[in-house]
Design a protein around this ligand. Structure first.
Ligand code: ADP
Ligand code: ZN
Ligand code: ZN
Length: 748
């Protein structure tokens, strides 16, 4: 008996039903893939192929998936309507999707949908009319004297087409600077031909890995060598590139990027908030003479389609993207870099809740390639993985060149006397005066958008609140509106108190960056001041232009929220003032201290990046807080040790596992009812504790009432298995929804 030619393991003389049906995963929140029939006489469809099918009355694109088919009778199966000509979703990416779904407990189809963000990329492109020079045209061009019918415009078109290759008609006209009618006239005269042709894929610039980078310092050279060795030896391996701000981490990992390119591999670089990373893109271009392929929420449909295809067919060699770039169909991925690996924006909290840094490690392990996690303030998770010997670590302890780390001092706000409505303490004002007198620049950091975080009535004490969230409305004075930062609700600032109807009694409480800029303008009327805050900048380009203007010293003082913290390099910036260091420490977030340290350290790292010495002043009401002491002493490692000890004692990650369950419903009763049902079914498993239900801190969000439960487990527990069993016991009806967040970051 011979083996089946289709290699399915079935035997030739037995009918092989697997040949007639396949599983198709659809980008929908269904529990699993569905079976479809392969139409009679059609060949087998390989896993990974994109197919068009119907679900109910909907036509959809899905992907042929591996796995056992169900035993639905064949006559009840719907047929596959069409196998799309696009390249298959690579097997490695399919495994990744399955694993992400299993880890996050998200329906696999929802994870797949992240890999199908461009439907246009899967469909054949519409052909376009192209034209080419004919023999008659070529002759006419060289004839002398020139033939009469060869007008100046026609001649220019023929010159554009001279090399013989076909070109879209519109493009030929544009390049020759003539109207479309001129090109059509050429065709009519027989000097050019036209036909329909599929569009050429857009050109993707190829980075030049041989282009020389800057001369690396000895420490950088050593670090780069370690990374390059990993790329060259191949195989899965995690290296943490741990270097102080300004130590040249980017230059160092560029060496590894070059090494991967030299070996013909693709590279993925993840950046937090890619929209703000124009400086990074420019640096990449300077180094490699080409732009990388970008992938993030700000790119348009066409760019998205082209990028997806270019990644799939290998023309895109380097992709720089936000977390969703992890789900691109790389065919030859050889290296992943996660820059600012500690950054909070790697955690996605809606739809599929996943931590992109962790999933990047998973992807690297499935692909058997090296990954580099880059940070000046690595997350505690990463630090512990280094101490456990799972990750390697490479250090860059010093700033590059003549720059040294800034000095850091705390300002004890309990001792400072400030007039009401003012937020800059005398020592910070003095430092600003000195900096400006020296012709240097200052940065004031306040992580609060708008004018004031709270508006209240002086007369009755009423606080202005969002009608659909448990949150205060934030005044934005430039636009004259009150805004909910959670749901986007916005109203004009009312002229009187909505509660007691008194006029002129609403007062702002506390500072936002807009209010701070008023204070700076009042104190330093001659200083050129810029406000760097996402809602005042219409897009990434505007943010980059503002950063460029700051770098070129067209401003003296920059006031900003956390978007100033990342990546920027301002040579004349010597003073950083942190206006309210305590903001991030409130609330029940287990990572509050760690995050505050990371953010403030990063902001502080903007000071003194060149020869001029930098200084950092931190205004705090809690100078005794370990975070503040660590910042002042620049003692990251001691802080991390203390933080680790605390988390270990409290059985918190990374020494234990957490999963959050968020139940939401249109009304409080349904939410309570569902949450209690969930709690009653809670598992009784050794090493597992379930806390709650409790109203979420954001008890109402976008009009939905929310309750939280928290599952806390020892590291040895298979949390996913416990959750799966638990959740299978509870069914919700009506408006109730359940969101599962494995390794939660936000506790709102
Ligand atoms: P990090 O990513 O560690 O904050 P960067 O890679 O941004 O540091 O480097 C900080 C600054 O120093 C940048 O302007 C960079 O161009 C410069 N720099 C770093 N290393 C070198 C080098 N070997 N030669 C020249 N300039 C360097
Ligand atoms: Zn009132
Ligand atoms: Zn709201």
């Amino acid at each position: 008996m011979a083996d089946c030619p289709a290699n399915c393991g079935a035997l030739n003389d037995a009918p092989a039903p697997e040949h007639e049906r396949v599983r198709v995963l659809l980008p929908l929140p269904l529990p699993a893939a569905l079976d479809y029939r392969i139409p009679d006489g059609e060949p087998r469809v390989e896993p990974g192929r994109f197919v068009r099918v119907t679900l109910g009355s909907r036509r959809m694109i899905g992907v042929v998936w591996e796995g056992e088919c169900d035993d639905v009778p064949a006559e009840r199966l719907k047929p596959i309507m069409e196998v799309l000509p696009s390249p298959a979703l690579p097997a490695e990416l399919r495994r990744f999707i399955d694993r992400v779904a299993a880890y996050t407990l998200a329906p696999p189809g929802m994870v797949l949908s992240m890999a199908m963000r461009s439907e246009a990329a899967l469909l054949p492109s519409t052909p376009r009319r192209v034209c080419a020079i004919t023999e008659a045209g070529a002759t006419a061009l060289v004839e002398s004297p020139p033939p009469k019918r060869l007008t100046a415009g026609r001649r220019r078109v023929l010159e554009v087409l001279r090399d013989g290759s076909a070109m879209p008609m519109a493009e030929a006209a544009r390049e020759a600077g003539v109207g479309a009618a001129v090109v059509r006239g050429l065709v009519a005269a027989g000097l050019a031909s036209d036909r329909l042709a599929p569009p050429m894929p857009p050109r993707v610039e190829e980075p030049d890995w041989q282009a020389p980078g800057p001369k690396l310092s000895a420490a950088q050279q050593k670090a780069a060598q370690r990374l390059v060795e990993r790329v060259e030896s191949g195989g899965f391996h995690v290296t943490v590139l741990d270097g102080v701000t300004g130590s040249g981490k980017t230059e160092t990992y560029f060496a590894a990027v070059a090494a991967a390119l030299a070996r013909g591999r693709q590279v993925l670089v993840l950046l937090p908030e890619i929209a703000l990373s124009v400086q990074w893109l420019e640096r990449f271009r300077r180094r490699f003479g080409a732009a990388p392929t970008e992938w993030h929420s700000d790119i348009g449909q066409t760019q998205r389609r082209d990028a997806w295809r270019a990644v799939a067919n290998g023309r895109a060699r380097v992709v720089v993207g936000a977390r969703s770039a992890l789900f691109l169909p790389f065919s030859e991925l050889g290296l992943i870099i996660v820059d600012e690996e500690h950054d909070l924006s790697y955690k996605q909290e809606d739809g599929v809740c996943y931590q992109a840094r962790d999933m990047a490690v998973l992807r690297a392990s499935l692909a058997q390639i090296p990954i580099v996690l880059v940070s000046a303030t690595p997350s505690l998770e990463t630090v512990i993985n280094v101490s456990r010997g799972r990750y390697d670590s490479v250090h860059l302890p010093e700033r590059h060149g003549a720059a040294s780390l800034p000095s850091v001092a705390l300002i004890d706000m309990r001792k400072e006397k400030l007039p009401p409505g003012h937020f800059l303490s005398p020592p910070l004002v003095k430092a600003l005066e000195e900096t400006l007198a020296d012709g240097e620049q200052a940065l004031l950091f306040l992580n609060r958008r708008g004018y004031a975080p709270l508006t209240l009535c002086r007369s009755c004490g009423h606080r202005l609140q969002c009608p659909s969230c448990t949150a205060w409305l934030v005044e934005h004075r430039f636009t004259g509106r009150l805004l909910c930062h959670h749901c986007g609700y916005s109203v004009p600032l009312p002229p009187f108190c909505p509660e007691c109807l008194s006029a002129g009694t609403l007062v702002p409480c506390g500072p936002g960056v807009e209010r701070l800029s008023e204070e700076v303008a009042e104190r330093f009327p001659d200083a050129r001041t810029a406000l760097m805050v996402s809602d005042a900048l219409p897009g990434p380009r505007a943010a980059a232009d503002l950063a460029d203007a700051m770098a070129a010293h067209r401003y003296d003082v920059m006031i900003g929220t956390q978007i100033v913290a990342k990546g920027h390099h301002f040579p004349m910036l010597t003073l950083v003032g942190i206006v309210d260091a305590d903001i991030g420490l409130g609330g029940g977030d287990l990572r509050a201290a760690e995050r505050t340290y990371q953010l403030l350290h990063q902001v502080a790292g903007r000071a003194g990046r060149e020869e001029r010495l930098g200084r950092v002043l931190i205004q705090t009401y809690m100078p005794e807080q370990p975070v503040m002491k660590a910042l002042a002493a620049n003692d990251r490692d001691r802080f991390l040790e203390a933080e680790a000890a605390q988390r270990r004692a409290a059985h918190l990650p990374p020494f234990a596992r957490l999963a959050a369950l968020i139940v939401s419903a249109n009304d409080a009763e349904s939410a309570d009812f569902a949450a209690r049902a969930l709690a009653r079914a809670a598992p009784h498993v050794p090493g597992v504790a379930v806390l709650g239900p409790a109203p979420a801190p954001l008890a109402v969000l976008r009009g939905r009432h929310r309750r939280r439960l928290l599952l806390q487990a020892e590291r040895s527990v298979n949390v996913q298995a416990v959750l799966r069993e638990w959740l299978a016991k509870v069914k919700f009806g009506g408006s109730v929804r359940l969101q599962v967040d494995i390794d939660p970051y936000s506790f709102l």
